[in-house]
Ligand binder design. Structure first.
Ligand SMILES: [Zn+2]
Length: 272
């Protein structure tokens, strides 16, 4: 599943090239998760602004409104200077004066939705539940502490929920909690302010490293199928059950929380 780093790397791969391009045509394939919400012809002739990201959504501004894109479970966006014929899993083409933006999505949980603005529905409604942006300057221990304070669930699950902080997917949650020395089963509300400071820094650092690694993954994306790759190879606990912790040598443990695997070092990561 594409996570925040992949979405951000995708954005960076086409945002500046497409900014200022004019829409020449739109092609819809099979239905995606939600309908486009406007007549495709109404986009013709409009000039694109620079794509932005909020959580795992991309916002492609147009002269009138914009398109909110989500990659769902299996989607990927491809930017191409030419206009190759669509394959069976290419379900949205935005053809412009500067090339083609194409959504490839075999499982079709992705979406392209027109909205009048980010403050208008459907964009407003889709973005409203999203938590803080971990890579923005405003994200710190205070924000995390305030967000986790009322949570009765374990900190790992509170991170995955995405309404306190966005983008901390399953791999990144395990890795950030390891880096911060926090047991993933710790009740979210019990995390002290200093531990939230360490966790916020660990989340930022983990995502920044994934972003760097995601770049190299995404370059192979055209030919390859997978979204994993470089970052998973650097993981210190994720997928390493039974192997020795790189810090203390204790075997890494795997537990299941909310039907997702969590990996941690029982010695380096503490509850309080
Ligand atoms: Zn350890």
């Amino acid at each position: 599943m594409p996570e925040l780093p992949e979405v951000e790397v995708t954005r960076q791969s086409f945002a500046s090239q497409l900014a200022g391009a004019r829409v020449l045509g739109v092609r819809l394939g099979k239905p995606l998760r939600w309908p486009l919400g406007c007549a495709p012809e109404s986009l013709h002739g409009q000039t694109l602004g620079e794509a932005r990201r909020r959580g795992k959504y991309l916002w492609l501004p147009l002269e009138r409104g914009g398109l909110l894109l989500h990659l769902g479970m299996s989607g990927s966006l491809r930017y191409d200077r030419t206009h190759p014929p669509p394959g069976p899993h290419d379900h949205f083409d935005l053809w412009t004066t500067r090339g083609l933006l194409r959504l490839h999505d075999p499982r079709r949980f992705g979406a392209v939705v027109w909205s009048d603005s980010l403050e208008a529905d459907p964009a407003r409604k889709l973005l409203a539940p999203l938590g803080a942006e971990p890579l923005e300057p405003g994200f710190d221990g205070a924000v995390l502490h305030a967000g986790l304070r009322g949570r009765r669930v374990a900190v790992k699950q509170a991170l995955l929920a995405g309404d306190v902080v966005v983008g901390v997917g399953n791999i990144y949650a395990s890795e950030a909690l390891f880096a911060a020395g926090i047991d993933p089963r710790t009740p979210a509300a019990r995390l002290s302010r200093p531990r939230c400071e360490r966790l916020a820094a660990a989340i930022r650092d983990t995502l920044a490293r994934a972003l760097a690694a995601g770049g190299s993954t995404l370059r192979d994306f055209r030919d390859a199928q997978g979204h994993n790759g470089a970052f998973q190879d650097e993981a210190r606990v994720y997928g390493r059950e039974g192997r020795p912790c790189g810090v203390c040598g204790t075997p890494i443990r795997r537990i299941v929380q909310g039907q997702r695997s969590t990996y941690f070092c029982p010695r380096c990561q503490k509850r309080g």
